[in-house]
Design a protein around this ligand. Structure first.
Ligand SMILES: [Zn+2]
Length: 731
């Protein structure tokens, strides 16, 4: 995952989200002189090494005055560009916009990193106060008619203005941003789009609230005997949950994934599994006050109408226009190519489990509530790997070293820890990054441990993006994770998933660090959603290679490398039950695309239940594997930002599997020629090119799905080249 800087985050969040308001007037009130001394954001330069953020001097009360001053300065700059009497050209319009808003970018980068990595009541209060103001600020710029007229003029003349490829790309990106924000609409259209946006915000929030109620209100209270088969740690969590719900002495199973999923995996009582499974798959779909189907019908219709106003046939066409896939058809085509082999494998998995049921004397056909339970039985029989067996081989420090080793082997980068730079929490570490020639590349912050005030998950972000059009600015990049801190005096170990995530985030980190473009809008990870995961996910493949396991998976007490036999079992186990995982994911992907491929006309008054059933019937889905997220609780697409985009997890995996094959095909995981192309067209190229063109330049051809099929174990040819590493890529 990446978290982008202010401008990009706002641009993404802004799509239609706000009414077209009058431009916000710049405030004339200057900050008092004393504040200027104390507030680091009101100083032009930071006197730290490399201009690193002076976290030791930043207080929560500095943010609001800094935002105020930054927005005011930005509006003055934008106003000057919009009112410039000179004819619009690249330098006085596009470059001037790249140069504008520096103070706002600086405070925004620090602030939005704090809201996710190191929040507090004070930060949250500022967030609530500033969010609408910053959104209005961005709107005032993107919906400024005089400014848009200039951008349009430069855009229209871009081929004849003596611009190079990067400059033309920059003009196009700016123009597109204005367009997608609705700058080209008539007043009436803009009002309708704003009204749709407001209605959608309220529908999404009702969807989310219904889902939360349906998830939270249901619980199964069980006694000791009914918990048979459930491992001790899960039982302890269920006991705590029951106590919290006023039923001390019982065990409570809830519809939160971390509770119900393990219950379905381990509970021996088949009738109880059925009860839990039915409640789980019917969230938002109980024809009661919390039913989401009516909301979905309205959301789908409004999205289609909005797309039509924007000049597109469907919401999917509008959304995908600015992605690597480009069209719904391309995304669907990819899903279809994976669907058939995945479904075939899922049916084999079903047969394996049915055989086990029969062998044990069961006289029933496997059902949805049996799948996880019997999959676990088969998994134990075939691989028998426990976390306790693996974890001592995954020391955090070793795998931090491993990710730096990978950066060196592929790209010649050298990481040296610096203890003299300010950090926002004592456990945050900083490294200076240099290239093979010893030149300073940037700073890399590592914030690895879970703590209060940090959001869940893992992500990369930046404090400063790379650019060089006005003199070189080097990037300051951060990786944030949530590894449980080791007890005092013990060596910190991580799970295999954490090790893979560490490499994943390093990939995003290198994408930011190695960026080598002129303009900050094009730098690093400022690329489309279905391309940005590629540089992260390609590095995941290295973790489960014998090279890295032998070198870095060393036992925390004996120091011995992981035994080869265990390595092999570990790698093979990653392919287990992939038919199920792929089918449940793709079912959701197809239904998402089908809802959003409707035209405004088609989307009127749909019957959501029938629509979902028909979509699943068309692909031949099997009832034992429901969608990973059935429509009435598919928050990714009805309450989040993934509408017509759920496919992108798979799209990225096609790229990383095929991309990693570029190395394994040569027999050298660090092949210098392949690495050089990967650097030139991907890691250092930011948004210089269309993502497909960038990929083709790296790979020599368009991506193919076979490596993904092989990694998931769907090809029968026994070709085990590469690894079965699979990432954190299934939302
Ligand atoms: Zn990612």
């Amino acid at each position: 995952m990446t978290k982008t800087t202010l401008a990009a985050a706002l641009a993404a969040a802004l799509l239609f989200s706000l009414p077209a308001s009058a431009p916000v007037e710049a405030s004339d009130t200057a900050p008092a002189a004393a504040d200027l001394q104390a507030n680091p954001f009101l100083q032009a330069e930071w006197a730290t090494p490399f201009g690193a953020v002076p976290f030791d001097r930043i207080r929560p009360e500095h943010f609001v005055p800094a935002f105020d001053a930054g927005m005011a300065a930005h509006l003055r700059e934008i106003d000057a560009i919009a009112k410039n009497p000179a004819a619009p050209d690249f330098a006085n319009t596009i470059v001037a916009m790249e140069r504008a808003g520096r103070d706002l970018d600086r405070v925004g980068a620090v602030f939005f990193n704090m809201t996710s990595a190191n929040s507090s009541d004070a930060i949250r209060a500022i967030q609530t106060q500033m969010a609408p103001r910053i959104a209005a600020h961005q709107n005032a710029i993107l919906l400024n008619p005089a400014l848009f007229a200039r951008v349009e003029a430069v855009h229209a003349n871009r081929a004849n203005a003596g611009l190079d490829a990067e400059q033309i790309r920059l003009v196009e990106r700016h123009h597109l941003q204005f367009q997608r924000a609705g700058a080209a609409l008539t007043e009436a259209q803009r009002e309708r789009v704003a009204a749709i946006g407001e209605r959608m915000a309220s529908l999404s929030s009702s969807f989310q609230q219904n889902l939360m109620k349906d998830t939270d209100e249901w619980a199964l209270f069980l006694d000791e005997a009914q918990m048979a088969g459930v491992p001790a740690p899960l039982k302890a969590a269920a006991a705590a949950e029951a106590k919290m719900r006023g039923q001390e002495g019982k065990f409570a199973i809830t519809l939160q994934r971390p509770s119900v999923e393990p219950f379905l995996t381990f509970a021996e009582d088949r009738a109880l599994r059925e009860q839990a499974w039915r409640a789980w798959t019917l969230r938002g779909d109980n024809n009661d006050g919390e039913d989401n189907k009516g909301l979905i019908a309205e959301i789908v219709a409004l999205r289609a109408e909005r797309a039509q106003i924007m000049g597109y046939d469907s919401h999917a066409e509008f959304t995908l226009d600015d992605t690597m896939a480009k069209t719904p058809e391309a995304a669907l085509e990819l899903m279809r190519r994976v669907w058939e082999p995945a479904l075939a494998r899922a049916k084999e998995e079903r047969a394996d489990m049915q055989a086990l049921i029969t062998r044990e004397g069961g006289d029933y056909a496997l059902q949805g509530w049996d799948w996880r339970y019997y999959a676990e039985q088969v998994r134990k029989e075939r691989f028998d790997i426990s976390q306790d067996e693996i974890r001592p081989y995954f020391q955090l420090e070793q795998f931090i070293a491993a990710q730096f080793y990978l950066a060196k082997r592929l790209f010649g980068l050298e990481f040296t820890e610096r203890k003299d730079l300010p950090v926002y929490h004592p456990s945050v570490r900083v490294w200076e990054v240099k290239d093979a020639a010893g030149q300073h590349v940037g700073l890399f912050y590592g914030d690895y441990f879970a703590r209060q005030g940090k959001s869940g998950g893992a992500w990369m972000s930046s404090y400063r993006a790379q650019e060089k059009f006005d003199g070189a600015v080097t990037p300051h990049i951060v990786n944030v994770m949530n590894i449980p801190a080791a007890p005092e005096g013990e060596i910190a170990t991580i799970s295999l998933d954490d090790a893979i995530t560490l490499f994943h985030e390093m990939g995003h980190g290198l994408h930011g660090l190695m960026s080598d473009v002129n303009y900050p809008s094009l730098a690093g990870t400022a690329v489309s959603r279905d391309f940005v995961e590629f540089p992260a996910q390609i590095l995941e493949h290295y973790v489960l290679t014998p090279h890295f396991l032998n070198k870095f998976a060393t036992h925390k007490t004996t120091g011995a490398s992981m035994p080869v036999e265990l390595q092999q079992r570990l790698i093979a186990s990653r392919q287990f039950n992939q038919g199920f995982a792929t089918v449940e994911f793709l079912s959701s992907g197809f239904v998402d695309m089908d809802f959003h491929a409707l035209t405004a006309e088609q989307a009127k008054g749909i019957d959501v239940a029938a629509f979902e059933a028909q979509a699943l019937e068309r692909i031949g889905a099997i009832p034992e594997i429901p969608m990973r997220h059935r429509s009435p609780h598919f928050a990714h697409i009805f309450a989040g930002g993934y509408s017509a985009g759920y496919y992108s997890y798979l799209w990225s995996e096609v790229l990383d599997s095929d991309g990693f094959d570029a190395f394994s095909e040569t027999g050298d995981l660090f092949n210098p020629e392949v690495a050089a192309r990967l650097k030139q067209y991907v890691f250092s190229a930011g948004n210089l090119r269309d993502p497909m063109a960038a990929y083709v330049a790296f790979r020599g051809r368009e991506p193919v799905v076979e490596p993904l099929l092989r990694n998931r174990g769907f090809l029968a040819d026994g070709d085990k080249r590469g690894t079965a590493a699979e990432g954190d890529n299934e939302g």
